[in-house]
Ligand binder design. Structure first.
Ligand code: NAG
Ligand code: NAG
Ligand code: NAG
Ligand code: NAG
Ligand code: NAG
Ligand code: NAG
Ligand code: NAG
Length: 557
């Protein structure tokens, strides 16, 4: 097959010979230093007698081109050979065909080019070739037939932008048996200038034969199989009663494609007549088309959570579907936790607050209500619940402290509450040494109640003070006995009090008596008595209000 270049502006098209009839000005191009073989277009005209004489002339010269095959320019068979071409070979050539009844002449134009600066080709002599993106394509090294044998394939070297090595791309292969490169899955980056080069040997000399192809990559036909953009078998969280637009988008390369919604195997508008589907279509760049259908759920109802909403489309004989499922939002765990935390903190503070205010009542109530059920407490070896210390000397102290210690305290704590007290002056035997009795009885008591009066003089009596010292010693040093301070009147000045009293007052505080000293009955449920009972040990036996009537050694080990 012979071929011809047709130059139209800068476009060079490869014209097959059968259209040579239309070849008015026939242009040929060659790079300087490379060989070229030119055929005469007339030869292939139909109706030409098989017996004819063909002669080549250069530039209108009457002398035919020589048939001497050693000459650089010669005619061999019907072809005009120039091996190799030189710049001065550019020009007009004529082929003259003669047969018995026919004579014809054709003029050929030859241009000899040099390589463009720094390139292995000249941009004016490029073959345009096209491949389609995403498809397989071929780059063909054309117009080599005069330089190759039927039986041996020439070795062809390939260059892209004059550089070898581009064939390392895994999508590119040398085509077997053809002077071509195959491109699989062509892409835009494959466009460019490809040069193929082979070596032609003539008369023992080697010549390069090169062709350069400008490869264009066309946008291929779009991916034909439509696919869902949305939904993607996903769930979306929507609140009950909220408004949702249910969209289904399918991308394809064609218009008029209609997806549709279904739920519970029926069309959405039969599922709920307020669901009206709306179709839409939008052209996208690169020829893509988004086809969609949507409907509004103006108020999400419980039934909408029960089913998957399927979007379908049919393509050919295939049926595609994808769904959306509506879900109620999970409770906001974080907010919930924060709320719970705040409530808990509040509750704790509130409880502490309540406990602070009602501590005494709570403890007393607890003792009253729960203690009997807790079973018998292990005996602590004590006999008395409290040892009562009060000023017994000094005129000014006498009356109120006597009344309080000997009448009011026993009335409430012993008779009403069932405690057992040791009150000096009531429970001691005459003649016993105060010190030894006090020491022994304090050890046998769970509490020491100290009744305070404002007058410091009341404490100055030796006997009194030593008893008190003893109690303090037990309470402070051994820390085995709790001391309950009861002020009979407001004491403004503790400075005059003994150090130990000051210490206890500071550490545990004091309870102030605010009642009168009459002998009428006092209620154990006043604030004062509740405080006292709170500091008292819990009773061994809640039901026994007559504990003091029991034998003295009831609790002794
Ligand atoms: C071709 O040329 C040869 C010799 O030059 C001549 O004998 C022959 O007649 C020619 N044939 C035609 C068809 O002109
Ligand atoms: C020339 O002669 C051949 C047969 O000899 C015939 O087929 C052909 O048509 C003739 N051509 C012209 C141009 O007369
Ligand atoms: C191909 O070569 C021409 C010069 O002939 C150049 O302008 C163009 O950029 C080249 N193409 C590519 C893709 O490099
Ligand atoms: C053919 O081309 C190659 C690469 O451009 C070059 O190295 C070599 O010298 C050329 N051969 C001839 C005979 O021009
Ligand atoms: C569906 O396609 C339309 C039109 O291109 C677009 O406006 C909309 O955001 C798309 N919706 C989704 C969910 O992809
Ligand atoms: C869906 O609701 C939107 C407002 O959110 C409204 O613009 C649109 O017309 C409604 N479409 C249908 C089909 O009711
Ligand atoms: C979505 O679900 C449908 C039907 O359940 C299934 O045919 C389809 O392959 C699924 N698509 C994806 C992307 O999982």
């Amino acid at each position: 097959m012979t071929s011809t270049f047709l130059l139209i502006g800068h476009l060079i098209l490869l014209i097959p010979v059968f259209s040579a009839e239309k070849c008015i000005i026939c242009d040929h191009f060659v790079l300087v230093g490379e060989p070229i073989a030119i055929s005469c277009p007339v030869v292939t005209l139909p109706g030409l007698h098989s017996d004819y004489n063909l002669t080549w002339y250069k530039n209108g010269s009457p002398t035919p081109v020589t048939t001497e095959t050693h000459a650089r320019i010669h005619q061999r068979e019907d072809l005009l050979w120039i091996i190799p071409a030189m710049l001065e070979d550019s020009g007009r050539y004529e082929c003259d065909v003669r047969s018995f009844n026919h004579s014809n002449k054709k003029t050929i134009h030859l241009t000899v080019f040099e390589n463009d600066n720094g390139l292995c080709f000249n941009g004016k002599m490029k073959f345009e070739q096209k491949v389609t993106s995403t498809n397989a394509g071929k780059i063909i090294c054309p117009d080599l037939e005069h330089f190759t044998d039927e039986d041996s394939q020439p070795e062809v070297h390939w260059y892209k932008e004059c550089k070898p090595g581009f064939l390392e791309d895994k999508r590119l292969f040398l085509a077997e048996g053809e002077n071509a490169v195959l491109i699989y899955n062509a892409a835009v980056q494959d466009r460019g200038n490809y040069t193929c080069r082979m070596v032609y040997t003539y008369m023992g000399k080697q010549y390069n034969v090169s062709r350069t192809m400008s490869l264009e990559v066309k946008e291929g036909p779009l991916q034909v199989i439509p696919e869902f953009i949305y939904p993607r078998n996903n769930t979306i969280e929507v609140e009950l009663g909220s408004h949702v637009v249910m969209e289904c988008n399918v991308s394809s390369g064609i218009n008029g494609f209609i997806p549709f919604w279904q739920v519970n195997d029926e069309d959405v508008d039969s599922f709920d007549s307020s669901y009206r589907e709306q179709f839409y279509e939008e052209g996208m760049p690169h020829g893509l088309v988004v086809s969609g259908t949507k409907f509004n759920i103006s108020k999400v109802e419980i039934k909408d959570y029960a089913y998957k909403f399927f979007c379908h489309f049919i393509y050919g004989s295939q049926h595609f579907s994808a769904y959306i499922k509506l879900e109620r939002p999970a409770r906001n765990i974080q907010g919930y936790l924060i709320g719970a935390g705040v409530s808990l903190v509040f509750l704790v503070f509130f409880t502490l607050f309540i406990y602070k205010i009602f501590r005494i009542d709570i403890v007393l109530w607890y003792r009253d209500s729960c203690h009997p059920f807790l079973g018998k407490k292990v005996s602590d070896g004590k006999i008395y619940d409290a040892y009562v210390l009060y000023p017994k000397n000094g005129e000014s102290c006498l009356y109120s402290s006597y009344i309080f210690a000997l009448k009011i305290l026993p009335e409430v704590l012993e008779r009403q509450c069932g405690y057992k007290l040791f009150i000096f002056g009531r429970d001691d035997l005459p003649g016993e040494a105060v010190i030894s009795v006090a020491d022994e009885k304090i050890r046998q008591s769970r509490r020491v109640i100290i009744v305070l009066v404002p007058e410091p003089s009341c404490y100055s009596i030796l006997e009194d003070a030593s008893e008190k010292q003893l109690a303090m010693y037990n309470a402070l040093i051994q820390d085995s006995i709790k001391v309950i301070l009861i002020e009979l009147e407001k004491i403004h000045d503790y400075a005059a009090m003994p150090e130990s009293i000051k210490y206890i007052k500071q550490k545990h505080g004091a309870i102030r008596w605010n009642g009168d000293f009459s002998e009428r009955s006092h209620s154990a449920s006043t604030r004062f008595w509740k405080k006292v009972r709170y500091h008292m040990p819990s009773r061994k036996d809640g039901s026994s209000s007559g504990l003091h009537l029991l034998p003295k050694d009831f609790n002794s080990p």
